[in-house]
Design a protein around this ligand. Structure first.
Ligand code: NAD
Length: 470
């Protein structure tokens, strides 16, 4: 049992849409930390996913897929003022659900901004419209002038928790640099702190080395969380927050012409784009530059000056080394010219060993600094049933986000960056294993050019071209 006990008393109805690896893992945490009866909850999901887990907790399930055609009649009557819609599904539009919640006066939280089914891979749309940038702009456009019920966007581990890790990491660097111990009060103050510390690049640097009892087979995609979700985002254009120190746009890079202007995209899928990074679990590694909401929201949050020609903005991107079977699955997916495998398997109860190292790597100061969670499978299982190391980093952040939204019900549409980093980390802490701050001398130039000449920018190690795998 966690040290926190009940964090909030909730009197409304809570509808959870989707009950896969994250929904099943978060259910015990919600009932552990929110004072409410299982009878106040309803899970809406197609098929029989996790019905025995719902039944064991006394929570009712409705066998239905939420679609563009039915979402109003299916969910509308089940939501009123003060109720909660927790969206942990795939293929269900974030903006449609938030619009409905705002009409009904209900609170909302999700872990990713999703379009309706097929939206990620609809090649009739230009690449710019298939980006997370476009999805984020559409979600932020739901912000109204007056008070609105709280709708928390993208509050899982990443996106989500990592935005809070960035702030803690900045404070750690500030203390190490001898800065006075003042916590920035406003967005601009955080950006000024990052600028003062010389942070040029922030990676969401993750290494998952969990292994299952059975190896991946041909024609099978294996992962430690949603295969549908991972393949969907892996086939979107690769995206990254684009820093003010970058000297040249990548040859396949493209800028947006409206919105925050905080990010660029590459004309290629993230599942086929690799970059060099570092985690304390494995040292130097190559990860996949998968598009993620936090790459854009953190870069936007830390921008100073004119967004088109910022005085300061770090480059922010996700450098993801998923579990080894997922790496093989991506390799096979690329070989199939991005036609998804027929069979999916999510590793959870059959994991035999491994750790998920999820953190933020801040680069630019004299030494790079990684701050995050090192959570092994045994610690995760002991902390909460129905979870893996990967899912618990997500589900603890979902629980914390739900509690925060319930306590702050009139904040309108918010991103993780708008929420209190310290409170959220504190609520998640019992579920994150070892929280580690690690310095490293690693740069993407280490060992480069030894075998062959490479077109590197040796004057500035932190240029994107040095990270990217050619
Ligand atoms: P999953 O694939 O294990 O489960 C998805 C669930 O959604 C299943 O229960 C499925 O039946 C249900 N579903 C599918 N279509 C639906 C529909 N039309 N209506 C209602 N339910 C539907 O996925 P997961 O691992 O539980 O992930 C859930 C979501 O969370 C995904 O969108 C994923 O991308 C996201 N996620 C975010 C993070 C993060 O850190 N931010 C991490 C992991 C997953």
């Amino acid at each position: 049992m966690s040290e926190h006990g009940k964090l909030h008393r909730f009197g409304g109805r809570l509808v959870m849409v989707g009950f896969g690896s994250i929904g099943q893992g978060v259910l015990p945490l919600l009932l552990r930390h929110i004072e409410m009866s299982p009878a106040q909850m309803l899970i809406v999901t197609p098929g029989n996913d996790g019905h025995e887990i719902a039944a064991a907790h006394g929570v009712a399930m409705l066998d239905a897929a939420v679609t563009e055609a039915n979402h109003r009649e299916l969910l509308g009557p089940r939501l009123g003022p003060g109720d909660f819609l927790l969206n942990l599904s795939v293929d269900v539009s974030t903006t449609a659900l938030i619009a409905l919640c705002h009409e009904r006066g209900a609170l909302y939280l999700d872990t990713v901004i999703e379009p309706w089914a097929g939206g990620y891979t609809d090649t009739r749309l230009p690449p710019a419209s298939r980006t997370n940038y476009a999805l984020r702009e559409a979600a932020l456009a739901l912000r109204g002038p007056g008070p609105q019920p709280t709708a928390v966007l993208t509050h899982g581990a990443n996106p989500g928790l990592v935005s809070h890790f960035v702030k803690q990491a900045l404070l750690d660097l500030a203390r190490a640099a001898g800065e006075p111990p003042a916590v920035p009060a406003r967005r601009e103050d955080w950006a000024r702190l990052a600028q003062r510390l010389g942070v040029r690049v922030i990676h969401i640097a993750e290494r998952d080395n969990q292994v299952g009892a059975r190896r991946k087979e041909i024609g099978e995609f294996v992962n430690t969380w949603s295969v549908d979700g991972f393949v969907g985002e892996g086939l979107q254009p690769s995206e990254l927050g684009w820093g003010s120190h970058e000297r040249e746009l990548p040859p396949d890079g493209a800028r947006h012409t409206s919105g925050s202007l905080a990010a660029i995209y590459l004309r290629r899928p993230g599942a086929g784009t690799r970059l060099r990074s570092w985690t304390p679990l494995a040292g130097a590694q190559q990860g996949f530059l998968i598009t993620h909401g936090e790459s854009i929201s953190i870069a936007d949050y830390l921008t100073l000056g004119d967004p088109a020609q910022p005085a300061y903005r770090p480059t922010v991107c996700y450098a993801y080394h998923p579990c080894d079977d997922a790496v093989l699955s991506l390799h096979e997916l690329a070989g199939r010219a991005w036609v998804p495998q027929e069979r999916h398997r999510i590793l959870k109860d059959d994991i035999v060993a491994g750790t998920d190292a999820l953190g933020v790597l801040l680069m630019g100061p004299p030494r790079a600094y990684w701050y995050g969670s090192l959570l092994d499978i045994d610690t995760a299982r002991a902390a909460c049933p129905h979870n893996s190391a990967t899912s618990l980093q997500v589900t603890s952040a979902v629980m914390a986000g739900v509690v925060w939204a319930m306590r702050n019900p009139e904040r309108g549409v918010v991103e993780p960056d708008d929420m209190p980093y310290d409170e959220i980390i504190d609520w998640c802490r019992p579920y994150l294993g070892r929280i580690v701050g690690a310095y490293t001398d690693w740069t993407p130039l280490d060992g480069r050019g030894r075998l062959f000449d490479e077109p590197l920018d040796r004057d500035d190690p932190w240029q994107f071209k040095n990270f990217r795998v050619g």
